[in-house]
Design a protein around this ligand. Structure first.
Ligand code: PHE
Length: 339
């Protein structure tokens, strides 16, 4: 019996050293300490021992049992902590991994285009800022010259959380926040999700993405706006891309313009893609309205600025020939894996 106990002790030690998972560990526990376990069987026979052997063997048996329990416990802790480490290591985000080589091996088309836009503007000295999607009515509308009864609110009808809290309809709200907190010169782009109470179809979605840009400094003019947008468009679509500015109205810019890019397909001749126009509407822009500057504590007598807002979904759709905006939001792997 003594030998049996000694051998259990040494065999179990060896086995425990190579155990890899909790299931294997449990098998060992059952093999020795279970109801029909080898050690349990020996312990059951203690009563049959002679009075002489009992104290010695009994003590050894107890030792082996507590040894075994101790080992099982330690090994279980060790395995659990290894599992935890492995889990944490797998969850670690390596911010230096470029998106294209991310673990999944693909990148969302919106991210591809957004990264390009960010690169372009970072190269021109802009920084990237973000802000809340659930926004105060003040930042989304009022500070931008859209008081409660302004008719232009209808074109950006939103989801109201309460009278004063909305889902932002434009990332212009972030620009107001930046202007409140930062003195000029300001050069930022603000990408992000925006929401409008639009019905979902191939070209509209209640959730879409914008990148808005803002520059405020002394002596900023419409020429700077045009130059900046031209640079963006040429970098995105090639050196021969051309833009034109059409007069428009936005409550927060004056003057305002809609910016078109020459149709890539027909180069201005007019075709089906551009609906015979020769040009395709790309974004809204203008010189920041003096009242907006004033609302944000910037003296419009000293500073001027321009702003623009471009729909990221549209850029991505044009870029990859995607004909339905819903594909960008469905997260269907069959679609996403193509990028
Ligand atoms: N915020 C406007 C929109 O969502 C776009 C825009 C931004 C226009 C900045 C002018 C200046 O339609």
């Amino acid at each position: 019996m003594k030998e049996a106990l000694e051998s259990i002790r040494s065999v179990v030690r060896q086995q425990l050293e190579s155990v890899k998972d909790l299931k294997e560990l449990d098998n060992i526990r059952v093999k020795y300490l279970g109801k029909k376990g080898e050690l349990t069987a020996i312990l059951k026979q203690m009563g049959k021992l002679s009075a002489e052997d009992r104290p010695v063997i009994g003590q050894l048996a107890n030792e082996v049992r507590s040894d075994l329990e101790h080992f099982l416990e330690n090994t279980s802790e060790k395995i659990k902590s290894q599992l935890q480490d492995a889990k944490l290591a797998a969850e670690t985000i390596d911010v230096t991994i470029p998106g294209k080589t991310a673990p999944m091996g693909y990148k969302h088309p919106l991210s591809i285009v957004l990264d390009e836009v960010k690169d372009i503007f970072l190269g021109m000295g802009f920084s990237v800022v973000t802000g809340p999607e659930v926004e105060k009515d003040y930042y989304n509308f009022e500070a931008l010259n859209l008081p409660k009864d302004h008719p232009a609110r209808d074109t950006q009808d939103t989801f109201y959380i309460s009278d004063d809290i909305v889902l932002r309809t434009q990332t212009s709200s972030v620009q107001v926040r930046v202007m409140e907190n930062q003195k000029p010169p300001i050069r930022v782009i603000s990408p992000g999700r925006v929401y409008r109470s639009d019905a979902l179809d191939a070209t509209h979605s209640p959730l879409f993405h914008q990148v808005e840009g803002l520059v405020v400094d002394k002596g900023v003019t419409m020429a700077d706006l045009k130059g900046t947008l031209e640079t963006m468009v040429k970098r995105l679509y090639g050196e021969d891309a051309q833009i034109r500015l059409r007069p428009h109205h936005f409550p927060f810019t004056e003057p305002s313009a809609e910016v078109d890019v020459m149709c890539f397909h027909c180069h201005g001749e007019g075709c089906r893609l551009c609906k015979g126009e020769g040009w395709i509407e790309l974004l809204g822009a203008g010189m920041v309205h003096p009242w907006v500057l004033q609302n944000c504590g910037i003296d419009p007598e000293v500073y001027s600025g321009f702003a623009f807002g471009v729909g990221l979904d549209r850029l991505a759709m044009r870029r990859f020939n995607i004909d339905d905006i819903r594909l960008l939001l469905d997260n269907d792997m069959r679609f996403l894996q193509q990028f």
